[in-house]
Design a protein around this ligand. Structure first.
Ligand code: ZN
Length: 144
């Protein structure tokens, strides 16, 4: 089934020309995450406004197609969302990766449904969730 394959065109496209790639030029929260099992590296930056809305999000890094595509797709759907909305999307994505039957992958926003095939490759799930762990950590830091 096409929607279940690991390297869909939309994934390759995000990896080739990642959205949200770069550095934010203003003061920001920042975190570095690594996935040693694959060699993926990722730096994520975030600006949260006083209205708890994510005003800007950007990443830099290198690694496999899955890790880069997931980060790219994430920045695309997270920018402009409130923290609560972002947490809801994080939960949906986590559910999709762990095969939670209550989550319909096609309900995920943006291009995220394209990553649903990754769950069949447990080693690659770490690649797909790297950026999301970074986001989770930054939001937790912001709230505390
Ligand atoms: Zn990887």
């Amino acid at each position: 089934m096409l929607s279940d394959s690991l390297y869909q065109e939309v994934i390759l496209d995000h990896a080739r020309s990642p959205r949200g790639y770069g550095l934010l030029e203003v003061e920001h929260q920042h975190i570095h995450q690594e996935n040693p099992s694959c060699g993926d590296q990722l730096d994520l930056q975030l600006i949260v406004g006083e209205d708890d809305r994510i005003q800007a999000i950007a990443f830099q890094g290198h690694g496999c197609v899955i890790s880069q595509a997931s980060a790219s797709m994430m920045t695309e759907v997270i920018e402009g969302k409130t923290i609560a909305e972002a947490e809801e999307i994080m939960a949906q994505f986590s559910g999709m990766m762990t095969g939670d039957s209550t989550i319909d992958p096609e309900d995920l926003p943006g291009d995220l449904p394209a990553l649903q095939g990754v769950k069949r490759f447990p080693v690659r799930v770490r690649c797909a969730t790297l950026a999301w762990h970074a986001l989770d950590a930054l939001l937790e830091a912001h709230k505390s």
